[in-house]
Design a protein around this ligand. Structure first.
Ligand code: CP3
Length: 346
């Protein structure tokens, strides 16, 4: 399919027959690999790294070479497009992203600039570079953050345990908050369309903080802008993957977003996911990443248990319920990939 040598991932996303379950891992291009740390050292900091086309292409293709995964996800961040609309942030060691001009009042939303895709031209070049470097061996996944997750960062100003400021803003100024989500949705439609035009074979929307909401608030605030994005994406075959962390309480709502694939964490049973999707969409996940700190025997047992829950039907992409962590062992990550490939053969 689509001039690819290995199109298993796309076939599973589109629920076409597969010989085995495809696998890729969230945050597969990251610090747990010594080769990544070398590239990062060369780049200086994370922002200069993801703006460097050559180094970002190299980081993107590392997991294919070292782990043998079935898809690449481009090396970038969910915050990348925000610079274009006037949001200033930096990544601090051990702290994550810190915003220098967080949104404090509804007026601050009106000061945001219109998105210009030329400001993120390097993301398009990275996608083209990856497709060249891998010689179309496996599909390339583009991505963005969901409006709620991005808005939460823009108001909170940093990662938080409870997103108190962001949610208080949402309750105090619901109309302004919805206006912000809508502006972000429009920006992300353009951004994802640009990634698809540049050669992305699939796109994933990361709603990492959606699970901090009550089911009512998820339905009112987080879900509508994701639906708008999925409707607005212009695509030929490219599947859309919708990831929400902490989705167990409103999985029924999430699966109305119109995505082709729903990516779930480990707090929901994959048998339940399969039953609820009922052949109408595919699922991605759902291994608890912490399992990778256990012995190989445990890793095998937990991976096989997930494979068994889905069974031999198509429509499942193996992944973690959240990202790999910097202190994980490459050897165990590789072991997981090998186990899934071997144990899922039809
Ligand atoms: O998955 C991949 O391998 C592709 C690249 C990717 C990164 N970030 C690289 C990154 C992707 C898909 C993301 C998405 C992202 N970024 C999310 C959504 C997924 C999730 O984890 O919930 C979020 C919430 C962010 C925001 C972000 N970026 C945080 C909170 C941090 C700091 C925490 C950390 O892990 O250091 C980042 C930095 C970041 N993004 C790094 C990488 C490789 C670490 C950069 C470095 O210091 O080298």
């Amino acid at each position: 399919m689509k001039d690819l040598k290995n199109d298993l991932f796309l076939r599973a996303c589109l629920r076409e027959p597969v010989e085995r379950t495809p696998i890729w891992l969230m945050r597969q291009a990251g610090r747990y690999m010594p080769e990544y740390r070398e590239l990062r050292e060369k780049a200086g900091n994370f922002v200069t790294f993801y703006k460097d086309i050559d180094l970002s292409v190299k980081a993107t293709v590392l997991p294919r070479k070292l782990l043998g995964v079935d898809a690449s996800i481009i090396f970038s961040d969910i915050l990348t497009p925000l610079e274009s609309i006037g949001v200033k942030f930096e990544f601090r060691e051990g702290e994550g992203p810190v915003f220098l001009n967080p949104i404090e009042t509804p007026d601050d939303i009106l000061k945001l600039k219109p998105f210009d895709k030329n400001d993120v031209y390097y993301v398009g070049e990275i996608i083209k570079g990856v497709n060249r470097a891998l010689n179309r061996e496996i599909p390339t996944i583009g991505f963005c953050g969901a409006p709620f997750t991005l808005a939460a960062y823009m108001i909170e100003g940093r990662t938080s345990r409870d997103f108190k400021k962001a949610k208080a803003f949402m309750y105090n100024y619901p109309d302004a908050f919805k206006d912000l989500l809508d502006r972000l949705a429009d920006m992300l439609i353009e951004y994802l369309n640009f990634q698809i035009e540049s050669g992305a074979d699939a796109v994933q929307i990361f709603d990492s903080w959606g699970g901090y909401l009550s089911p009512d608030d998820y339905r009112e605030f987080a879900l509508p802008p994701v639906k708008k994005i999925i409707k607005g994406i212009k695509r030929d075959y490219q599947p859309v993957i919708h990831f929400t962390k902490g989705v167990a309480g409103f999985f029924d709502d999430m699966i109305t977003s119109g995505a082709d694939v729903y990516s779930v964490d480990w707090m929901i049973d994959l048998s339940e996911v399969k039953e609820k999707l009922n052949g109408k969409a595919a699922a991605q996940g759902n291994l608890d990443p912490i399992v990778l700190y256990a012995s190989k025997d445990v890793i095998r047992e937990k991976a096989v248990s997930i494979l068994n829950k889905w069974g031999k039907d198509t429509g499942h992409i193996f992944n973690l319920g959240h990202g790999l962590m910097p202190d994980m062992e490459v050897e165990k990550v590789k072991y997981l990939v090998d186990v899934v490939k071997k144990e899922s053969v039809r």
